[in-house]
Design a binder for this molecule. Structure first.
Ligand SMILES: NCc1[nH]cc(CCC(=O)O)c1CC(=O)O
Length: 308
């Protein structure tokens, strides 16, 4: 079958401005690749548990896939055909019957530092308050600056910028990818080199999920898959899997390609930042997933028990 105005491809997404920007980017790429008009696609916004609960840290609500469950149910029921996700937020295991084999070209992988008063972590005064809801960023920050105070900072990009302007914290972090996809002014944040703060696994990458048997969706998505980004995510997500990690564990990882070689850097931290373990491994890009798994196997004995 082919998609048309009468039988459009139904695209599911969360409703935040960033999620919508990612869904429209996906639609635009599919329009170009399939040479179809806008009317051959329909974007459906779906509210998830994670969107609904705003007053508690995510780690407290618990459970897997807080931002994906309702969307995946809509896909399994046939209400939508594909779902657009930030790969950074995706668990390593997907529900039975669903697959992600389409990854869009990666945006800026770096974290951004945002503050109305200073331009970097080093300049923050002793004891300053920093807002973040990311366990990784919290641990990395406290590892470098144990004097800083970290407060919980939930909500979408716009909410966090508002909290910063209200003075709830003196600084915060946001992924450069999100800011760029939202067309925020370039001076909104100062990019932090991955050498100073290793980003989250899959940061800046968008993945598109579909039903396993849906050959029409598979054929369409194959046209817009970026194999370079996909390969980098094979390595990074294999590391995450090998460490039994999720977005609730302080793990960082970044793979870079150099011709037919791939180089993976990984970091695990104790949640209070008291310890950071890092590792680096290079290999053939065809071995991306093995490299991630091997790194996890090397880190595990170094971590001992109850590391996280
Ligand atoms: N966990 C929230 C989340 N998921 C994806 C992004 C930004 C886009 C990306 O990293 O791909 C963000 C916000 C942030 O970390 O600033």
């Amino acid at each position: 079958m082919t998609y048309s105005s009468d039988t459009p491809m139904n695209i599911g997404t969360r409703g935040s401005p960033l999620a919508l920007a990612q869904a429209y980017e996906t639609r635009d790429r599919l329009m170009a690749a399939l040479n179809l008009p806008e009317t051959a696609f329909k974007v459906h916004t779906i509210k998830t548990t994670g969107d609904r609960v705003q007053d508690r840290p995510l780690s407290e609500i618990g459970g897997k896939g807080l931002f994906t469950k309702e969307i995946e149910e809509a896909m399994l029921s046939g209400a939508i055909d594909i779902a657009v996700h930030s790969m950074k937020d995706m668990p390593v295991d997907l529900p039975d019957g669903l697959v992600i084999d389409c990854i869009l070209p990666r945006e800026d992988v770096r974290d951004g530092f945002l503050s109305p008063s200073v331009t970097g972590i080093a300049e923050l005064p002793q004891g300053a308050v920093v807002g973040t809801s990311s366990l990784r960023r919290r641990a990395q920050l406290q590892h470098r600056r144990p004097d800083l105070q970290v407060v919980e900072f939930r909500g979408n990009v716009q909410t966090r910028l508002r909290k910063l302007s209200e003075g709830v914290a003196q600084a915060t972090f946001l992924a450069m990818a999100g800011l760029k996809r939202l067309d925020m002014p370039a001076d909104t944040a100062t990019p932090i080199s991955p050498d100073d703060m290793l980003p989250a696994i899959a940061q800046g990458a968008i993945g598109i999920e579909r039903r396993k048997g849906d050959e029409a969706a598979a054929a369409a998505l194959a046209l817009i898959n970026d194999t370079d980004t996909q390969t980098r995510l094979f390595a990074e997500r294999a590391l995450l899997r090998g460490l039994d990690g999720s977005c609730q564990t302080p793990i960082a990882g970044l793979a870079l390609l150099d011709g037919d070689r791939i180089k993976l850097r990984g970091e695990v931290l104790r949640p209070d930042g008291s310890e950071s373990l890092t590792d680096t491994q290079s290999g053939a890009r065809s071995d991306a997933a093995e490299i991630g798994a091997e790194m996890a196997a090397r880190l595990r004995p170094r971590m001992g028990s109850n590391f996280f």
